[in-house]
Design a protein around this ligand. Sequence first.
Ligand code: C2O
Ligand code: CU
Ligand code: CU
Length: 476
Amino acid sequence: LPLPAPYRTELPVPPVLQPVRTDATTDYYEVTASVGTAQIIPGHPTQVWGYQGIFPGPTIESRSGRRTVVTHRNELAHPTSVHLHGGHTPHDSDGYPLDLITPKNGATGGMAGMSGMSGMSGADYQPQRDYTYPMNQRAATLWYHDHTMGFTGPQVYRGLAGFHLVRDDEEAAAGLPAGPRELPLMIADRAFEADGSFAYPALDPDEGKVGVTADYMNGVLGDVILVNGAPWPVARVDRARYRLRLLNASNARRYRLALDPQPPGGGGLLQVGSDGGLLESPVAHDSIDLASAERFDVVVDFSRYPAGSSVRLVNQLGSGSTAEVLRFDIGTAAVTDDSRVPAKLSTIEKLDPAKAVHTRTFTFQKSQTNWTINGEEYRPGHSLASPELGQVEIWRFVTDVHHPVHLHLDPFQVIGRDGKTKPGPFDAGWKDTVDVLPAEGVEVAVRFTDYAGRFLLHCHNLEHEDMAMMAEFTTK
Ligand code: C2O
Ligand code: CU
Ligand code: CU
């Protein structure tokens, strides 16, 4: 399939979903996973599996402290499970991989043969499910995506991902760029077949897992970089500050994002937030490393560039088509900009590693046939740790190759990396996913709160996750 030239499509922004109903405490939403058609490669329509049939799905916006209930329906021919990534969510709404929303026809697809799936029958038919999010958490860029046992990779690849933004008063008071100058940017690479369909190697939910190849095993990569579902789009921007909520929703690709050219004096990517919301104070970067599932909230001031110029967001880890991401075309009109980036954004409670009641080590490595944590393949119901609610613990993640490690339920703080007792340049603030480099160790301080139950710890390379690099911990 001949790839389109970059920078021909206008940057789309996912629509914001309106609640179907609200009451004194709660906003109610309805989302249906269905098959849709997207025009990604001109002249070659792509079938997507999308929330509301679109990719990315609609953006949901919540207020901190106000409950959000999302009724998810499934009109696909395959089971789904929906996880709110970054959500402080009780177990029963967390998108546990076996808590499936099952369509009536073809309910099990190729999953019937999978361990843990074999008991599924017509009796388990559950075409919709209510997910209740207390939203007892601060403003942050969250996202929702599929989390089905063994099939998260192909299902997210087909499009089951969307933004879920949490807003609060502190963030509003900061005065960051807002409205049309706040852009959620979902970055995801995809490969395409000659007919325009998504190319996903060696695995088809209709056939089960067949012929697992090294391409699949190491994580699926594409040669087309999509931003909000469009290939290398162009965003027309004012000569003003913009807030970019960067999300790496790729199955496996890492990016090193930089502005090209850099603005005079550098530091063009001014980070104001991470996975878990605002940082204490902004951090200026020339480039940002972004592993799967990580979010970086950055402010770019386009008034540092000449009127009418263009600046690209490039991927310094890519080459050829994967080195290009997005182009900003800066307008010539004089505009007003009353946004600001305060030197102090927030106050972050520091988890004290000296108070840790436990240190646990989780080793992420390949086995003969699979990816494992502490030598074990994921087994539903089998817990590797039982942390006590309210207590600080130190968790160490040790890896063979690159693994973006993600925890459900609560964010953490990186306290050390590669034997040093300080975080790396991209570890500031509250994180829920940390990019662990090959043969590195990362230490985090974590404190789980509020909800007792079973939660997940896994690699967010989605093929690694599907190939068993996932574990449970049970909070008490
Ligand atoms: Cu974004 Cu358990 O995943
Ligand atoms: Cu998560
Ligand atoms: Cu991994």
